[in-house]
Ligand binder design. Structure first.
Ligand SMILES: NC(=O)C1=CN([C@@H]2O[C@H](COP(=O)(O)OP(=O)(O)OC[C@H]3O[C@@H](n4cnc5c(N)ncnc54)[C@H](OP(=O)(O)O)[C@@H]3O)[C@@H](O)[C@H]2O)C=CC1
Ligand SMILES: CC(C)(CO)C(=O)C(=O)O
Length: 349
């Protein structure tokens, strides 16, 4: 299949490599052109869990990426989802499948409503996390840290659920499970609590640009904070009657651990095995600038009103807001545009 990858960071490069190896035709689009500049004269080289080298196709506009694509994948931080979806919308056709990888703040709902307004009958798939982990190691290279054994996806419209899943499987293999609905996906992205706890507790290392290894920074105390944040997220899911994976299950399914271990133990084992990836070394890290406004703030919005109290989520947003001198609640450009009561949010596939 021809696959338009909208974004050109670590995940986008890793997916391009994976798809190329699987016999598909990926084409990468970078919103500013920066992310793909290195690919114009050089092969894309992928190392780690996906080993390959090939000349990657680059599109110079969203239109060029989408025009002949069977599938499109939004593969960039949620800070760019609205802008990139707006750029893509006029070029998405009926019959195409568009995957949001990974959804935060109901980006898939924003996309589905945009398509509905244009009478375009395309399928929207929302992932709760990425198929693979990747870090760019240069302008034309990526290190793929691992390919996940299993991840959940929600499909809009619900009537297209099986076809949407079949498309994902033919691209990436048999690793997808249907989530109950979009809400379950919205509450299943584990990056926000993990990254907020890691960033808060390792902030001076980040600010001073010191090297630290991501999983080494998840010490037993940081792991306790992650697990406490997770209990709040699980309470929101229980309030809405949706079942979501716990943070322990997330680590187990991502790294293939047996049952019964806690986050601290698994993080230490991942560090022992891989030593990487590096933790962030600049305050301008998506661990905060994406995961707080688009992840933690979105969970708080879902719980607003009758939902459970989330003191640690609220405190995290406030503390990081004070540390950064920013109002992270005001940085979310998706939540004001979607109705979290929309019937599509609870529609079951
Ligand atoms: N990397 C990983 O292992 C994992 C990543 N994720 C999630 O996957 C998504 C992609 O991650 P990753 O590839 O690492 O991210 P990157 O930061 O590497 O993504 C960079 C890409 O995003 C584009 N971009 C960034 N901000 C904006 C913006 N505001 N508007 C438009 N485009 C923007 C850049 O555009 P340009 O090319 O124009 O500079 C570039 O193409 C994120 O949501 C992340 O949280 C989840 C789990 C693991
Ligand atoms: C660091 C890692 C792989 C795990 O938290 C990640 O999810 C990310 O880079 O977004």
């Amino acid at each position: 299949m021809r696959v338009a990858i909208l974004g050109a960071g670590g995940v986008a490069f890793g997916m391009a490599a994976f798809l190329h190896e699987a016999g598909h035709e990926p084409v990468l689009w970078s919103p500013t052109g920066k992310g793909t500049a290195g690919l114009l004269n050089e092969d894309l080289v992928s190392t780690g869990a996906v080993e390959t080298r090939f000349r990657a196709a680059v599109a110079l506009s969203a239109r060029e990426a989408l025009v002949e694509a069977d599938v499109a994948i939004v593969a960039l931080p949620a800070n760019g989802h609205k802008a990139v979806i707006d750029a893509a919308l006029p070029h998405i056709r009926s019959g195409q499948t568009v995957i949001v990888s990974a959804q935060l703040s109901m980006g898939a709902l924003y996309l589905a409503k945009g398509l509905e307004a244009r009478n375009v009958d395309a399928t929207v798939v929302a992932f709760a996390t990425t198929v693979l982990m990747g870090r760019k190691t240069g302008p034309a290279s990526v290190a793929v840290g691992g390919v996940r054994e299993r991840l959940e996806a929600a499909v809009i419209p619900a009537s297209a659920a099986q076809d949407g899943l079949a498309t994902c499987r033919s691209l990436f293999g048999d690793r997808f499970r249907l989530a109950a609905n979009l809400l379950a996906i919205a509450l299943s992205n584990l990056n926000p609590p993990i990254h907020m706890a890691s960033a808060l507790c390792n902030l001076t290392r980040i600010e001073k640009g010191e090297y630290w290894a991501n999983y080494d920074g998840i010490t037993p105390a940081v792991a306790r904070l992650i697990e406490a944040l997770d209990r709040e997220r699980l309470a929101v899911a229980a309030h809405f009657g949706v079942s979501v994976r716990t943070v322990e299950e997330h680590y187990r399914l991502t790294f293939g651990f047996p049952e019964g271990q806690g986050v601290a133990e698994m993080a230490a084992a991942v560090h022992e095995r891989r030593k990487g990836p590096p933790g962030p070394t600049s305050l301008d890290t998506r661990f905060v600038t994406e995961d707080v406004p688009f992840g933690i703030v979105a969970v708080l919005a879902l719980a607003e009103g009758a939902g459970p109290n989330l003191p640690l989520h609220r405190a995290g947003v406030d503390l990081l807001g004070a540390l950064y001198g920013r109002d992270f609640r005001a940085e979310n450009d998706l939540l004001p545009l979607v109705d979290i009561q929309d019937p599509l949010v609870l529609a079951r596939g």
